[in-house]
Design a protein around this ligand. Sequence first.
Ligand code: PGA
Length: 264
Amino acid sequence: MQIVILKDAQEVARYGADIFTTQLQRKAESVLGLATGSTPVALYQELITRNKAGLINFSEASTFNLDEYLGLNGEHPQSYRYFMNEQLFNHINIDKDRTHVPPGDAKNPVVACQEYEAKIAAAGGVDIQLLGIGRNGHIGFNEPSSGLTSRTRVKTLTKATIDDNARFFTADEYQPHLSITMGIGTILDAKKVVLLATGKNKAEAVKAMVEGPLTAACPASALQLHRDAVIVVDLDAASALNDLEFYQHIEAENQKLQAYLASL
Ligand code: PGA
């Protein structure tokens, strides 16, 4: 894992946006794996700004989101389809027909999960997958105990996740307890993975992901198996790491190596 420790959330968003910018400049028809939640919002704002400035082009890109609440259709303000339209897709030059979010209103959700996997495969696989991390170590809605080779499927949300996400729902609004989520195996199949985490409340989850054992008890620890996983955190989210200074040293050396390679 490449562990990048930055000062604050704004720097994390910019670093993440740089990775997506480079990806789209190298391959305009990239398949982007996207995420919802509070963390990616600043990154999406940065991408919108760069798109409006003509620095990045989404017209040939396609996207696959990690997850969706089961029981909400895309017009529901708490659905992840609605979130993605509002936070990103409505503001960039992407063809909406090429944006994919698991269908929360599918009549047969089991078949819908298989179809989602088939669509990702037909698109050539995800080039770069954006992730956040839950306080319990989840990625997507792969809660603790999720199989480390799991595929897109229906998952039950933990009480901790339901409580964490209750802030987005009004008191009288139905909050789903089930989701459709890409599996951990689906996520590990992405060619590159970028996980963003900011704030003190993520520090223990980040530590378990980076320094803990590979275990279904912390689904994000599966990223230890990925050959190109970049973990981008601010100082608060990094604050529980034992070897923080070592990671900063590696990253400084890595930057020197990249500068040398670029000079060849
Ligand atoms: P958050 O969610 O960005 O809202 O903290 C992250 C996640 O649950 O994956």
